[in-house]
Design a protein around this ligand. Structure first.
Ligand code: NAD
Ligand code: UDP
Ligand code: UDP
Length: 323
């Protein structure tokens, strides 16, 4: 049993953050959700607003934040290329200035802090699958750099604050995660394909569809993040969290078409530049240190996500998905 704690979740109104808030509240903690609603929405947390153990603060993490908490999950950062490329300077500031502020906060409070890092640390990897010791292959001036390099610098800051000030840190490298509350129009592949299939529109395969990803269901990811936070203080990561089940994007399209019973056909569109060719985490460390691995099959996770988007489309039929 874990003691009751006051927990700050930055980016708490987002896809992953809102599920994390749900889980922490269900475990009996007090949750302070901080978000500037850049990509998150109040809809994701509307069901929590009446809960006396939940508090919402509209705030941009690039500015200092003075609150009192025991633990911090730092998730604030747009995660999809469409969103993080709109304002690349703000994206890097969110990762870098945001990390400095939450680390400064954590240092003052002697709290514990978890960083939502990313598989993009590895860039377009030449080592496959990716273990944590791999340093990555990132273009520092490409279209993904504002996100990738911002997240890399945030990792550096986390380890420097640990080395210099003994801040208790945890760094999770999150691989592609999907599930209910994904944005309908942020261009990520799972939401795009499901919405296209449900509407009977063409499924947009970028490139030849032979590139691979490994998709983790949101509940499994949130479980992994909480397990990491609860490890001993001497365990910092970085640690990969994600699914070891690698699929091609063309294969994902077929699965979505089959599960939705859609008549949609695939169409090819140009591959975005610097799009990683392959991605799969080596999760041996997570298995060993956290006793964690995803348990939701892709079919089950996709079915739940399809049900979520069906309901959303019923309520908002004119929403425009992006391709
Ligand atoms: P999301 O866009 O749904 O959530 C990010 C949240 O951060 C949003 O609510 C947004 O409004 C908020 N935010 C952005 N900039 C902010 C700022 N300056 N100040 C305060 N709030 C701000 O994305 P997500 O998929 O839930 O991702 C959450 C975290 O996990 C991100 O840090 C992301 O980089 C990381 N991550 C996600 C994935 C994935 O597949 N979903 C993969 C790797 C890493
Ligand atoms: N900070 C904050 N909340 C706090 C403590 C610090 O937002 O409770 C910010 C502060 O504004 C500073 C940053 O965190 O810019 C880094 O703090 P640190 O103590 O490392 O740096 P310093 O204040 O010495 O520049
Ligand atoms: N993708 C695709 N069609 C889409 C959206 C994405 O083929 O409508 C591809 C994209 O080129 C990439 C993969 O799916 O190879 C995953 O894209 P996403 O943006 O979801 O995540 P990331 O590239 O950040 O892993």
């Amino acid at each position: 049993m874990h003691l009751h704690r006051r927990i700050l979740v930055t980016g708490g109104a987002g896809f992953l953050g809102s599920s994390l808030c749900d889980r922490l509240l269900a475990a009996g903690h007090d949750v302070l959700c901080v978000d500037n609603f850049f990509t998150g929405t109040k809809d994701n947390i509307a069901h929590l607003l009446g809960n006396p153990h939940f508090e919402l603060l509209r705030h941009d993490v690039t500015f200092p934040l003075y609150v009192e908490v025991d633990e911090i999950y730092n998730l604030a950062c747009p995660a999809s290329p469409i969103h993080y490329q709109v304002d690349p300077v703000q994206t890097t500031k969110t990762s870098v200035h945001g990390a400095i502020n939450v680390l400064g906060l954590c240092k003052r409070l002697k709290a514990k802090i978890l960083q939502a890092s990313t598989s993009e640390i590895y860039g377009d990897p030449v080592v496959h699958p990716q273990p944590e010791r791999y340093w990555g292959n990132v273009n520092p001036i490409g279209p993904r750099a504002c996100y990738d390099e911002g997240k890399r610098c945030a990792e550096t800051l986390f380890f420097s604050y640990r080395q210099q000030y003994r801040v208790r840190i945890k760094v999770a490298r999150i691989f592609n995660t999907y599930g209910p509350r994904m944005h309908m129009n942020d261009g990520r592949v799972v939401s795009n394909f499901i919405v296209q299939a449900l509407r009977g529109e063409p499924i947009t395969l970028y490139g030849d569809g032979g590139q691979t990803r490994s998709f983790c269901y949101v509940d499994d990811m949130v479980h992994g993040l909480v397990s990491l936070m609860n490890t001993e203080d001497d365990f910092t990561g970085p640690i990969n969290l994600g699914s070891a089940g690698e699929v091609t994007i063309a294969g994902l399209a077929e699965t979505v078409i089959a599960l939705t019973g859609s008549k949609s056909k695939t169409v090819h569109k140009p591959l975005p530049s610097d799009d990683p060719r392959q991605r799969r985490p080596d999760i041996a460390l997570a298995r060993e240190k956290l006793g964690w691995e995803p348990t939701t099959t892709l079919e089950n996770g996709l079915s739940k996500t399809i049900a979520y988007f069906e309901e959303l489309l019923r309520r908002h039929p004119r929403h425009v998905a992006s391709a």
